[in-house]
Design a protein around this ligand. Sequence first.
Ligand SMILES: Nc1ncnc2c1ncn2[C@@H]1O[C@H](COP(=O)(O)OP(=O)(O)OP(=O)(O)O)[C@@H](O)[C@H]1O
Length: 445
Amino acid sequence: MARKIGSRYTAHQILGRGSAGTVWLGEGPEGPVAVKLLREDLASDQELVDRFVRERTALQSLDHPRVVGLRDLVVNGSELALVMDLVRGTDLRTRLEHDRRLAPQAAVAIAIDVADGLGAAHAAGIVHRDVKPENVLLDAHAPAGPGGAPPALLTDFGVAKLIDSPRRTALLRQSGAAAAQQHGAHGADAGAGSGGSQNAPQTPRGIIGTPDYLAPELVEGLPPRASVDIYALATVLYELLAGFTPFGGGHPGAILRRHVTERVAPLPGIPDELWQLIHQCLAKAPASRLRAPELAARLREVLPALEGLPPLDIDEQPDEAYEESGTEAARPEPAHSAPVRGAVPLVETSTGPDSNRDTHTSMRVPGADELAGGAHGTARAPRAAGARRAGSARNRAAQAASLRRRRLKLALIAGAVAVAAGLGGWLATSEDDTATRPAPAVERP
Ligand SMILES: Nc1ncnc2c1ncn2[C@@H]1O[C@H](COP(=O)(O)OP(=O)(O)OP(=O)(O)O)[C@@H](O)[C@H]1O
């Protein structure tokens, strides 16, 4: 059923739902558009709305072929709608769920597009903060690029920050233990501010994002800089190649801990030049990562050599923490189970009917004094298909994601504690360098 959005737009049908609201196929004075109608609790938060309105100039001026343009912002009573360019196609998560893994050339072509979009954003002082397959749209109507990949566009700029209001962070803090121990800002990173403004205040904050894609410095409580997007993009590229993220799986607290403490395991069969780039962009030290334009250029260099390569032949990654704990079966099903959509949230941000997937993290940064041991999480190394794996039975990635999601909904608060559990000792002693840190001993439940 059509509905009016402000005086200029009409929303005709739902294209999809996310954690921040519902996206509609709409019509405006200049033709078809996509209209994201924000969740009521977000739209009715005046402080949030004011903030977004303040930043819309920056977001609207972001004009790049690899970025879904924000055309308009409609504030109408308790309604807040973002009017965007319409992309006819699917998002990258849907493609990944269908294909499980992409051929290297297609994966890299998509990563190049996203890196190009990020380059433009970072140059404008905008950090995305929530780069993940859900926020990459594939334009099925444009000619395919290398490896048959449709052109990719990055969307949802500014939305992560919209959700990251000081008030929300404060509420999260109140629900937990002591306030975050704050660290000084990294000085060597790109100078972009977070999510829409170069001069955004970097006050104590919670963690906003999606656990699988969160850069380690965010877990440690540092402010988001351009390099967090590079880390997330490298994670996405790894996922496109492997079918799973480098540090995902198991309890969300364990995921966050792995970002900080574990080294990424190489993917069997991946061309070395490509692996080096991914590895560098997953560095724990933000300054060691490439900047977006350089990453795009380096990926372009490796692209021709990937022609014709099939998807990597990699063994499935079961969620060993669940399988080995044996507790999943005993857990009751939540009343409203969300459909599987890849990455899972640490804390649900949406309870209304507007959202059928929850993919954002929203939690406070753990204080070192809260941290008391790391019982969650397993170090995981990808195996070439057919290689022996000790322990658990084969399990499909989609099933593991489903288990994660169900378990997660019952363990939100425990998540914050678990993050803390893994980080405490490390925070006190670690050095910020992937290459030199030995892989930590990992406890299994
Ligand atoms: N500009 C657009 N054009 C066409 N379809 C879109 C557009 N933006 C979003 N969609 C569709 O709407 C769906 C929901 O998008 P939305 O951005 O609300 O959520 P998400 O990014 O998938 O998840 P989350 O908000 O939790 O990160 C997407 O899967 C996509 O298919």
